[in-house]
Design a protein around this ligand. Structure first.
Ligand SMILES: [Zn+2]
Length: 133
């Protein structure tokens, strides 16, 4: 019991999102993940721009991006896909371990606005900027 209390004190600056907030995020990310995985499979099997892939509009933004890179090499597109898949998996595992919304680099809370735009992100704005440099 005492241990739990201490843990709570340690975490007092870190807010954990309640399940009712996380659940829709988890569902959204999962469906995006399966969309991306299907796309990757299509890509590996041949033409990524076949009808089956186009019909998959699970993630509108990703679909647009995918069409934009349609002229690039399939390998470049696959890299983008892989990166998104890894990122979404990471976010999902952070939900699972109760760390969603906490920056994986500095441990601060990630801006809610940022999470709303990029629910798959696992780093805060500051760390993202540092990473880009
Ligand atoms: Zn950070």
């Amino acid at each position: 019991m005492a241990k739990t209390k201490k843990d709570n004190l340690k975490k007092k600056n870190v807010l954990q999102y309640p399940a009712e907030v996380l659940e829709p995020v988890r569902e959204y990310l999962s469906s995006r993940l399966s969309g991306l995985e299907r796309r990757k499979k299509d890509l590996l099997e041949g033409d990524p721009y076949n009808n089956k892939a186009r019909l998959d509009d699970n993630a509108a933004a990703d679909t647009d991006a995918a069409e934009e890179v349609g002229h690039l090499e399939a390998s470049a597109f696959r890299q983008t896909l892989d990166r998104s898949i890894i990122q979404i998996r990471k976010a999902l595992s952070r939900i699972k371990f109760g760390k969603y919304g906490v920056c994986e680099r500095c441990g601060k809370m990630i801006d809610t606005d940022r999470l709303m735009v990029m629910p798959e992100t696992t780093v805060c704005v500051d760390c993202e900027r540092k990473r880009e440099k």
